[in-house]
Ligand binder design. Structure first.
Ligand code: PMP
Ligand code: GLN
Length: 378
């Protein structure tokens, strides 16, 4: 067999979660909560099944859900998306990202990807014959290099992918970053794919600057969101994508043959749940308390860090402990110390190893306390 994706193997999230299970280690590797979602959401889902919403939903998603999504975006970002033509409910953000890329990327089209990057972008580009072009965030603090980014835009550039708040670094694009991006893309036909799955997890009073709130970006953007991240239901695999109607029309041509429609009873549940803004607006404070608990415990360790500005991931630097490749150190922590994390080098360009591990703090407080106790001993 000639593989279309020869470089792709099992993802590091699967590898580390499996290792954690085998080793009976605390699993702070793959990004998912170890606490239950709101019982109300579970009840809404079971109610929807009992009310027999058990057959296909409309291809784009049920209209009432698209309407609440439109209201939410308008109230948070002042942007208007028409529920009939500009919103699609998807099987998680992963499917939205894959669909947007498939709908537009032809062989040899270039797509700019900012490294370190979440792992689902590159394979989606390559399986469609596209060419990822990388911009590396600079140094251990992952500073955005807009001049390098600007240089890489050329007539072959079809799409640019950004992710804010950013997995795995926890960095957030400021308003100035978004304005710079808007200025660079002006007068080009480049499509922006903005992965905003951590839009509701931002700390220290900062705010999320969605591509949808910058008109010259919004007019060329797919903005992707994940209910999994926002409502502690990563296993439901539910999300959505919004874009201006000319872009969304092409997206839906792929979507209707890719999955046709997302899970119907869960759409019913999410419609009711999303009507109460508290359900997502309280998330910043909820996760800030977890980040702060985790970081205050780490003060007494030899790990160093820059506090995450957003997401539920924290990078910890272990250069003061040992000089060992991050994959080896992560494995050793899981096997010998019973704590699993994600080595970051795999997400960097040329596997640059800053001796950093990513820890997921979407965990019960007593799990975070156990993690601190282990990290104190290292
Ligand atoms: N983008 C980023 C940056 C992620 O961390 C994840 C993982 N949740 C996804 C997309 C995929 O989201 P979903 O689980 O909704 O498919
Ligand atoms: N988004 C999750 C993370 O970064 C992983 C989801 C997956 O395993 N595909 O940990």
């Amino acid at each position: 067999i000639t593989s279309k994706l020869p470089k792709v193997s099992t993802t590091i999230f699967t590898i580390m979660s499996q290792l954690a299970a085998e080793q009976n280690a605390l699993n702070l590797s793959q990004g998912f909560p170890n606490f239950a979602p709101d019982p109300l959401l579970i009840k809404l889902a079971t109610d929807a099944m009992q009310a027999d919403y058990n057959q296909y939903a409309p291809m784009q998603g049920i209209l009432p859900l698209r309407e609440v999504i439109a209201d939410k975006i308008e109230s948070l970002h002042g942007a208007q998306y028409h529920p009939e033509t500009e919103i699609t409910v998807t099987a998680g953000a992963t499917q939205a990202i894959y669909t947007a890329i498939s709908a537009f990327i032809r062989p040899n089209d270039e797509v700019i990807v900012i490294k370190p990057a979440y792992d689902c972008y590159e394979p989606a580009i390559e399986v469609n014959g596209g060419v990822p072009v990388f911009v590396q965030l600079q140094g251990k603090d992952y500073k955005m290099d807009w001049s390098d980014f600007r240089k890489k835009i050329n007539p072959k550039t079809k799409m640019v992918i950004i992710n804010t708040p950013h997995n795995p670094t926890g960095k957030v694009f400021s308003r100035e970053d978004m304005l710079t991006l808007q200025e660079i893309l002006k007068n080009t036909a480049v499509i922006l794919l903005s992965d905003e799955v951590y839009e509701h997890i931002i700390f220290d009073g900062e705010r999320h600057h969605s591509a949808s709130s910058f008109p010259d970006l919004a007019s060329r953007s797919f903005v992707c969101a994940s209910f999994g991240k926002t409502f502690h239901i990563t296993g439901w695999k539910m999300g959505y994508c919004v874009a201006p109607k000319e872009l969304m029309r092409e997206f839906q041509k792929v979507h209707q043959f890719n999955i046709f429609c997302a899970n119907h009873p869960l759409q019913q549940a999410l419609t009711s749940y999303l009507k109460n803004p508290e359900h997502y607006l309280e998330l910043n404070a909820f996760y800030q308390a977890k980040r702060d608990l985790f970081l205050s415990g780490l003060d007494g360790t030899k790990f160093t860090f820059t506090p995450a500005q957003g997401t539920y991931f924290q990078l910890l630097d272990y250069s003061q402990i040992i000089h060992e490749p991050d994959h080896d150190f992560a494995k050793r922590l899981a096997i010998d110390h019973k704590i699993a994390s994600i080595p970051v080098s795999g997400f960097n360009l040329d596997q640059t190893d800053h001796h950093q591990l990513r820890f997921c703090f979407a965990k019960k407080d007593d799990t975070l306390q156990k993690a601190i106790d282990i990290l104190m001993e290292i």
